[in-house]
Write a protein that binds this ligand. Structure first.
Ligand code: PLP
Length: 379
């Protein structure tokens, strides 16, 4: 936030050029790619549209997979662009099943499907999907479809390896794991996807990767960039590099586990039913049958000044979400969990107290070892 409170410099000048070059280069490590990352002054929705508008002309057949509210919104966006998304209907409490992707691609003998589009971390539920296995499914089917991944809430929180996993385009945004305010949309793009887009020659202007490239190569952007957000990105990426990506992922996994222990302690269920796919980013919690999650959220907001994530789409009123992404530590998390436990108590929803104690015990037992200091006998 402090990094942003700076004068807006000339976005065609030498100081900006150094900033532009720095952030474009540094962004690559969070995607684990040596390819290009494009930055738009846009939210994640813009970055979704950018990916589809560069790659596919209207009428293009793509395969999308229902994992939750965001997968569904992306499918609707594809329909509005007049693509032909084929939507594999599935359970919101589980992730993408690579076996179903492989089976569908094997049926597509004419290779009509141009891409498989999946969400890495479904923010509406707290369920992740195994992107590497989706890539293996595409390869096992011997299918040339591109792999396009929404990691808007995964990037910087959950492990993601663009190059190693053979992801062609990754869609991301500034406001989740990168710890910035909303306002930057990102596309990490493989060479294969760039070549595909060149051949597709779709109608687009603002979103055009080709238009960006010559400007980006000199550290600039074709239109006015969100300069102050780029200051923040510059600092945020340094913070992430200093902590180390693997340490960041481990921190979020530990906080996710502590959160699940709290939920279990309350006697409630998490939305994610597949233990292998629990999100390190956020935890979706189901309210007891017949109790309104939005009423609980209202109590938490009014009494404790804490905003819980709302249930989205099918889960509206039925679930709430606890975020443990970005710049968070043990005590921030425990404060949030204490707020949930107190709000549950005030709401009259059936639950057991003591979830916070379970989370505390877990965080205590997994804390970094401290030097052995003998505190007996202090006067
Ligand atoms: N995809 C996912 C997984 C998201 O969580 C979001 C927003 O939360 C979006 C896409 C859309 O991004 P935005 O709301 O920034 O436009």
């Amino acid at each position: 936030m402090r990094a942003m409170a700076m004068p807006v410099i000339d976005h065609r000048g030498p100081e900006f050029q150094r900033l532009g070059r720095r952030v474009l280069e540094k962004l690559k490590f969070v995607f684990k790619t040596s390819g290009r990352v494009f930055i738009y002054p846009a939210s994640g929705t813009g970055a979704w549209e950018a990916a589809l508008a560069n790659l596919f002309a209207s009428g293009t057949h793509i395969l999308m997979y229902e994992t939750g509210h965001f997968a569904t919104l992306w499918k609707t966006l594809a329909e509005r662009l007049r693509l032909q998304p084929e939507y594999i209907a599935a359970d919101w409490r589980d992730g993408v099943d690579p076996v179903r992707i492989e089976a569908r691609l094997r049926e597509d003998v004419s290779h009509s499907i141009q891409a498989v589009c999946v969400v890495h971390n479904e923010t509406s539920t707290g369920v992740t999907s195994r992107i590497q296995e989706v890539r293996r499914a595409i390869d096992a089917a011997g299918h040339p479809a591109l792999l396009v991944v929404d990691s808007v809430s995964g990037i910087g929180c959950a492990d993601f390896r663009q190059d190693e996993w053979g992801v062609d385009v990754c869609v991301a945004g500034s406001q989740k794991g990168l710890m910035l305010p909303p306002g930057l949309g990102l596309n990490a793009v493989s060479e294969k996807a760039l070549a595909f887009a060149r051949r597709a020659g779709t109608a687009k202007s603002f979103w055009s990767w080709e238009e960006m490239i010559p400007h980006n190569d000199r550290g600039f952007f074709p239109s006015t960039p969100a300069t102050n957000l780029l200051y923040a990105l510059d600092v945020g990426l340094d913070m992430m590099e200093e902590e180390g990506l693997e340490a960041i992922f481990a921190r979020h996994h530990r906080h996710a586990e502590a959160t699940r222990r709290a939920v279990e302690g309350w006697g409630l269920d998490v939305v994610c039913r597949n233990p292998a796919l629990h999100s390190p980013v956020l935890t979706g919690v189901l309210m007891p049958e017949g109790y309104d999650a939005d009423r609980l959220r209202q109590i938490a907001l009014e009494q404790f000044d804490m905003s819980l994530g709302m249930g989205l789409g099918k889960l509206s009123g039925k679930a709430f979400r606890i975020g443990h992404l970005g710049d968070i530590n043990d005590l921030t998390l425990l404060g949030a969990l204490a707020g949930v436990e107190m709000a549950l108590g005030l709401s009259g929803a059936p639950h057991q107290p003591g979830g916070v104690g379970a989370a505390m015990a877990y965080l205590r037992d997994t804390a970094r070892p401290t030097p052995d200091i003998d505190i007996r006998g202090a006067s």
